[in-house]
Design a protein around this ligand. Structure first.
Ligand SMILES: Cc1ncc(C[n+]2csc(CCOP(=O)(O)OP(=O)(O)O)c2C)c(N)n1
Ligand SMILES: [Mg+2]
Length: 665
């Protein structure tokens, strides 16, 4: 029997391990781990279903440390619960190549479910996990067993998380969707970096969450384990809504002189104060001291957890054996196999021989993908009629219909992106999300987190240039392509017509990280059939048209490929010979061998032109210092496309003149 005193001892030990690690690193955040140790230990020890032996166990509850600055709290737990962290890892907190970086990094440290640090992002990611858990179990019939009914997604958030807008978006969606598998703990310590929350945050959080249709449970003193247990006993019993536990805590609890103070947030306690804290908590004045009793109770618990997980596995395997159809689907969702002939199937579905917008051909292709790859699910931020992303063969995911694959994220772009990350991290979806390209500014931080975590999520950004026309400059992307291309580990693909769009989706599905598809609102002529035989999108760029001894190389992307072809015809009339390079993906091209790159865009060839209806930023890299970059480096204007073409010099005639003049041809 573990006594309350034993549990308190463990929580105190977590406080001190965390404070010691911050002290040794001489950087980090001791306050939050010290304040939340009672809640977090209680959760991990008594309530959470997890399996340290197999951190990827699909039956596990998820724990998301949204307040990522409190990473030492998580590392202390991973150490005590035997996830593979050693005391030396704790001693190496924040050091180069350690398993204990400043903020938790998914894929780097076993047991870290999500990369967190940008406040609020973990909370919203947890909402995505809760969505996917509901969807996965409903689609596979597992919701009718007792295997997943108890599964919870836990998030730990602080004042900062709840101030950030993304938690508003995600909480609003979670309440609407009645995600009763979601339990968020709010570490209400009334302190942030600058001082008391009264400086900037006085709203009634309880009423706010009740308005979102959440259940709110208050723990008056969440540094008292008995009260924490009472709160969690209630929280784990679903009442049909997501749950917010508001736990009042004291930052740096246990420190005689720094508890409750804002400077305990992000600086070491100091050697003297650390000693005083250890004295106060009845611990010896030693660094990284772990009481035997604490190891004992954690080890016992881990043993039990392992037994519970293996019993669960037995039941799960039994389900798989007795439910062939469901078992097949579960396997497809978990392993996400890709048919060998995917590209062929997509080309057969794509309307390749008539002028269509690439958003439209993408929509057609997506239906086929959803049919062939069950793990595909997603939606839009209220724009699916425009982004063409609704799956016609499937229903909507809602509080009443958990098995629908169409997600209605609402007008919450940032929330959408973070939910996509959560869906992907849960492990049973290749999620996609869509909006107008210009609004990717609202979702960018989520894309960065997807790139950092190498998540296979797919963005569909439509209305990809100022040729959206009449909506005007607020709706016209300019710098968005350059911004996306500057993000490491993101593959950006801007196809030129329906054929290239089928290829683009093929590459997106075969990618092993995040992808952004950039699609047109306006119709685009299909690339001439003969030329189209040269399409080699997977290489990122290829020669669509080749001349003998060319005078020029025109490099274009997306809607500007056709424009380049037309321009080359006019140039030909003037005896100027051009090569046309279609470059749908800079990233894929830069992954090719130097020889291939040189064969398409030779560096010693001077007369090179880039044509793209957006910022010219980045194009000098390909056209060289003598080359010509044609784009738009101002904002657009509200007018019909025809007028904008002339205003910005994007007619074949204007382009021809400009090129001839520039190169003195
Ligand atoms: C999006 C974002 N903005 C700012 C920061 C920098 N930052 C880290 S912690 C913090 C204060 C957080 O306060 P709170 O959540 O109450 O944490 P506590 O001080 O209670 O540990 C800030 C501003 C951040 N990590 N993420
Ligand atoms: Mg706080």
């Amino acid at each position: 029997m573990t006594t309350m005193a034993d549990k308190k001892l463990a929580a105190d030990n977590i406080r001190l391990l965390s404070a010691d690690a911050v002290q040794k690193a001489n950087s980090g955040h001791p306050g939050m781990p010290m304040g939340c140790a009672d809640f977090a230990f209680t959760l991990w020890y008594k309530y959470m279903r997890h399996n340290p032996l197999n951190p990827d166990w699909i039956g596990r509850d998820r724990f998301v440390l949204s307040a990522g600055h409190g990473s030492m709290l998580l590392y202390s737990l991973l150490y005590l619960f035997d996830y593979g962290l050693e005391l030396d890892d704790i001693k190496n907190f924040r050091q180069l190549n350690s398993l204990t970086p400043g903020h938790p990094e998914y894929g780097h440290t076993k047991g870290v479910e999500v990369t967190t640090g940008p406040l609020g992002s973990g909370f919203a990611t947890a909402v995505g996990m809760a969505i996917e858990a509901k969807n996965f179990t409903a689609r596979t019939g597992l919701d009718k067993t007792d295997l997943f009914t108890e599964q919870k997604i836990y998030a730990l958030s602080g004042d900062g998380c709840l101030m950030e807008g993304c938690t508003h978006e995600a909480a609003s969606l979670a309440g609407h969707l009645k995600l009763d598998n979601l339990i968020c703990f709010y570490d209400s310590n009334s302190i942030t970096i600058e001082g008391s929350t009264s400086l900037a945050f006085t709203e009634n959080v309880q009423k706010r969450f009740e308005a979102y249709e959440w259940r709110v449970i208050n723990i008056e003193n969440a540094n008292d384990i008995a009260q924490v247990e009472k709160g969690l006993d209630q929280a784990v019993l679903s009442d049909g809504r997501p749950t917010l536990i508001i736990g009042k805590t004291t930052i740096a609890y246990g420190s005689p002189n720094k508890a409750g103070k804002n400077f305990a947030h992000g600086e070491p306690l100091g050697i003297q104060e650390l000693s005083a804290t250890k004295r106060n908590l009845g611990f010896p004045d030693e660094m990284f001291f772990v009481k035997e009793k604490v190891h004992e109770i954690c080890d016992q618990r881990v043993k039990k957890l392992k037994i519970e997980a293996s019993l669960w596995d037995g039941k799960f395997n039994n389900f798989l054996e007795n439910n062939q159809k469901e078992s097949k689907l579960i396997s497809a969702l978990l392993h996400k196999p890709i048919p060998n002939n995917l590209l062929e199937e997509l080309l057969n579905t794509s309307p390749i021989d008539k002028p269509v917008a690439t958003r439209v051909s993408s929509g057609a292709v997506l239906q086929k993908i959803a049919e062939l790859i069950p793990a595909i699910s997603g939606g839009a931020a209220d724009l699916s009629p425009s982004t063409k992303t609704a799956l016609t063969a499937s229903g909507s995911f809602s509080a009443d219909t958990r098995d629908g694959k169409n997600l209605h994220f609402g007008i919450r772009e940032f929330g959408m992106g973070l939910c996509m990350n959560g869906m992907s991290l849960y492990g049973t979806s290749i999620p996609y999300g869509s909006t107008f390209m210009v609004f990717l500014d609202y979702v960018k931080p989520a894309i960065k987190l997807a790139a950092l975590q190498n998540l296979h999520v797919i963005y569909i950004f439509t209305h990809d240039s100022l040729f959206v026309g009449e909506d005007g400059p607020t709706h016209q992307p300019i710098e968005q392509l350059a911004m996306l291309r500057s993000l490491p580990n993101l593959t950006v693909i801007r196809p030129a017509d329906a054929r290239e769009t089928a290829h683009a989706w093929n590459s997106a599905i075969n990618a092993d990280g995040p992808v952004a598809l950039i699609l047109s609102r306006q119709n685009l002529e299909p690339i001439d059939k003969e030329l189209a035989a040269r399409i080699d999108l997977a290489k990122g760029a290829y020669s669509l048209k080749v001349a003998d001894n060319p005078d020029l190389i025109l490099i274009a992307t997306g809607s500007e490929v056709n424009l380049a072809l037309k321009t080359s015809e006019l140039l030909k009339n003037k005896n100027i010979k051009t090569n046309i390079v279609s470059m749908p993906s800079r990233e894929l091209f830069l992954k090719q061998s130097k020889e291939y790159q040189e064969s398409i865009i030779p560096s010693d060839f001077t007369n090179k032109v880039s044509i793209e209806l957006g910022s010219t930023f980045g194009w000098k890299e390909f056209v060289g210092s003598n080359g010509l970059t044609i784009g738009v480096d101002t904002f657009g204007a509200s007018a019909p496309q025809k007028d904008l073409e002339k205003l910005f010099g994007f007619t074949p005639e204007q382009l021809t003149d400009k090129i001839i003049k520039y190169f003195n041809l």
